[in-house]
Design a protein around this ligand. Sequence first.
Ligand SMILES: [Zn+2]
Length: 185
Amino acid sequence: MRWRILIMPFAWPCACRRHVQSAEGYADNAAMPAPPVFKPAHDAIAGCDLCVAPGGVLVWSQADWRVIRVDDAAHPAFYRVVCNRHVREFSDLAPAERRRCMDLVCAIERVLIDKLTPTKINIAALGNMVPHLHWHVIARFEWDSHFPNPVWGDKLRDPLPSPMQRLAMTTEQLDTAVIAALSTC
Ligand SMILES: [Zn+2]
């Protein structure tokens, strides 16, 4: 159900939030690269949400894979590595594709560790709701609303200050770091 809730038209966070965060001490990131433009696959399958839309904030994209950030206020450091074509199981990928996928997952994981010092990184591939194989890469904190449960489990608390205020940087700055790491994969 979470995935269905999060499938939404492509949209970057408004500048207002960045201004608020700047007022709290974050630095504006004037060097933030232009967001990639999502292009539906030429073999897009009718009726598939992830063939016609990125499925979140599109951060990075190449022919076979894309990376989106889940627009989730409770878990703001939450990325997905999504296969652009329909693949059901990880073992359905060719060996080189599996390695490529894991290189992308590891690059994001390392950025989250280095930039945010989370309590734990959660990585998972469920894919029960969509036909595009994808890996979730989520920075978890002992103060977050669900920890130590999975983000799909029972909520345990309402953290204050908010998760966004607790992050060491804005999500836009985090995206920039993720893009830089992926560019070297
Ligand atoms: Zn599809």
